[in-house]
Ligand binder design. Structure first.
Ligand SMILES: Cc1cc2nc3c(=O)[nH]c(=O)nc-3n(C[C@H](O)[C@H](O)[C@H](O)COP(=O)(O)OP(=O)(O)OC[C@H]3O[C@@H](n4cnc5c(N)ncnc54)[C@H](O)[C@@H]3O)c2cc1C
Ligand SMILES: NC(=O)c1ccc[n+]([C@@H]2O[C@H](COP(=O)([O-])OP(=O)(O)OC[C@H]3O[C@@H](n4cnc5c(N)ncnc54)[C@H](O)[C@@H]3O)[C@@H](O)[C@H]2O)c1
Length: 486
């Protein structure tokens, strides 16, 4: 049966983009449906990953310069720099990334149509343009990768002026003096340290008692210390009652109560509020019911290891399928979906993926952490390297940090890497490679590494850990036992 395309991809975020590129490389005809009138790239390029990281880089450049050469200066960055310039920097990057995505699709002969895509049946998508015209397209396969949108608060409204969300924070007209961030997820901490670098006084408040629970406990202790040094105040485990602008003193007032202990109403006066209490998948109104695809109670679509839904011709990838909801993972998922659709075997993707948190400094981890390993009854040893003992970190004035290795005491096999510090999300990939190839920590000792580099922290941590194993006598014990048994 002749169809318009081999695959129709609804959404041009990382999942959609990578599926389109991989399909084209397989010589398949792909159509991308994108509801945004102007841009491609979704949350990845326009409202999430790229702009937030570009803004962070600009803020960090200012912070690094000030802490290296301007320590005596008492003027705050917000008095010397303009939000306008920071946003221009971010916008230029955003334009570049958009152009690159667009050109890549053009060069690979992927068609793009603008409008809201809706599934009509297992091979048909209807696209409604912004002026209301409708057109249907058919394909052998459909990929749903419509991403996610911010969850709105139920007790107050985002006015995009004083009370901001994921999108409107990217259009601030000035650097705020005070900012209250509601939310304790990754985003909240990233924006907290970005704005703190610009001199903004930050308070984080959130529903959860504990945040970033997946982090290694020592990395988290380090993070708390860094946040305290930056004067970032945190009120976890609270219920926000309301947020109002008070015209009398021109401040925004946030009212909240602790969930436990003293439950008296507390008020924080601030200039702006940034609401980051999570995102929901864009899975309603896209015609899932037409093909009988049900979502879970949070709106996520269930898929198998190949990103196929329960309908043979319909796939889903990216934020719509839930955890881990990352651009990094979405790229991989879109590509794997294309491999499955067109019967091309893909190399197996390891279960363990790295997490990169772009706070200042960064945090990144892969594999098991010390506490989880011990809870599982594994006999593990840890090796630590503090950035203050690293020459490159000294030279770059980035000596706040820790790299921690978790490895099997008996075999020295590397099981986890946990880093907080400059370039953590880059450094993690060395540990990822060793874990992935089943290597042990002697790799870092055995190989000569460039000097001075931050990667050298792996060597220091490996020495630290291996020395501990020998000191504890485990190796000697094994040698003795082996000799006796022989
Ligand atoms: C502030 C922020 C920072 C982040 N930082 C990072 C980071 O540093 N690293 C990381 O890995 N991840 C990060 N993420 C997460 C990452 O952005 C998402 O996981 C990723 O973008 C999801 O990709 P996706 O392909 O599922 O969808 P999206 O990128 O959300 O794209 C979906 C696209 O589908 C379009 N669309 C929706 N419905 C329709 C429809 N019916 N018809 C046509 N088009 C439609 C949308 O317009 C959009 O363009 C961040 C997220 C946020 C919010
Ligand atoms: N560096 C990165 O990779 C990066 C950066 C920013 C955002 N993101 C991704 O973007 C998405 C949005 O991030 P976010 O931080 O705004 O949202 P989030 O969903 O992680 O957190 C939003 C709020 O929900 C709370 N929360 C999260 N999990 C919870 C749970 N199991 N139980 C109760 N409360 C919970 C958090 O504490 C926070 O207050 C996430 O998927 C995140 O992974 C990734």
């Amino acid at each position: 049966m002749s169809r318009d395309y081999d695959v129709i991809i609804i959404g041009s975020g990382p999942a959609g983009f990578s599926c389109a590129m991989q399909s084209s490389k397989f010589d398949k005809r792909a159509l991308v449906v994108e509801s945004h009138e102007k841009y491609l790239g979704g949350t990845w390029i326009n409202t999430g990953t790229v702009p937030s990281k570009a803004l962070r880089e600009a803020a960090k450049t200012i912070l690094d310069f000030n802490s290296q050469f301007n320590k005596e200066d008492t003027q705050k960055p917000y008095d010397r720099f303009k939000m306008e310039d920071l946003l221009q920097y971010k916008d230029e990057i955003l334009e570049k990334e958009n152009l690159r995505a667009k050109n890549d699709l053009i060069k690979n002969e992927v068609d793009v149509v603008r409008g809201f895509g809706k599934i009509v049946d297992e091979n048909t998508v209807e696209v409604e343009t912004h002026i209301g015209t409708k057109q249907t397209y058919t394909a052998k396969y459909i990929l749903i990768c419509t991403g996610s949108s911010p969850v709105n608060p139920d007790k107050f409204e985002i006015d995009n002026d004083k009370i901001l969300d994921y999108k409107s924070i990217l259009n601030l007209t000035h650097i705020p003096r005070r900012l209250v961030i509601i939310g304790t997820g990754v985003n909240a901490l990233e924006y907290a340290t970005t704005f703190s670098a610009l001199g903004t006084r930050i308070t984080i408040i959130g529903e959860r008692e504990e945040f970033l629970t997946f982090l290694d406990h020592e990395v988290k202790e380090h993070l708390h210390k860094i946040l305290a040094e930056k004067n970032i105040r945190i009120h976890p485990g609270v219920t926000v009652e309301d947020v109002n602008f008070n015209p009398l003193n021109t401040t925004t007032e946030v009212r909240f109560r602790n969930k436990k202990g003293d439950k008296r109403l507390q008020v924080i006066e601030t200039e702006h509020v940034l609401y980051l209490e999570g995102r929901k998948p864009n899975t309603d109104k896209i015609g899932l019911e037409k093909v009988g695809i049900e979502t879970d109670e949070r709106g996520f679509i269930h898929v198998n290891d190949s990103y196929k839904t329960e309908v043979d011709t319909v796939y889903a990838a990216g934020d719509v399928v839930g955890f881990p909801r990352l651009a990094s993972a979405s790229f991989s998922q879109g590509r794997l979906a294309a491999c499955s659709m067109f019967g091309i075997p893909a190399l197996e993707t390891p279960d363990q993926i790295p997490y990169g948190i772009y706070t200042i400094p960064e945090i990144s981890n892969i594999g098991i952490n010390e506490r989880d390993a011990r809870e599982k009854g594994l006999d593990v040893t840890v090796g630590r390297a503090y950035f203050k003992n690293n020459a490159k970190a000294d030279m770059t004035n980035q000596d706040e940090g820790l790299l921690k290795l978790v490895f099997d005491t008996e075999t020295l096999k590397l099981l986890g890497v946990h880093i907080i510090g400059e370039q953590a999300s880059n450094l993690i990939h060395l540990g990822q490679a060793v874990i992935s190839y089943g290597g042990d920590v002697r790799y870092f000792i055995q190989h000569v590494m460039n000097y001075p580099t931050l990667s050298e922290a792996y060597k220091i941590a490996a020495f630290n850990g291996v020395n501990r194993v020998y000191k504890a006598g485990v190796k000697y014990k094994n040698i003795l036992e082996n000799n006796n048994s022989g």
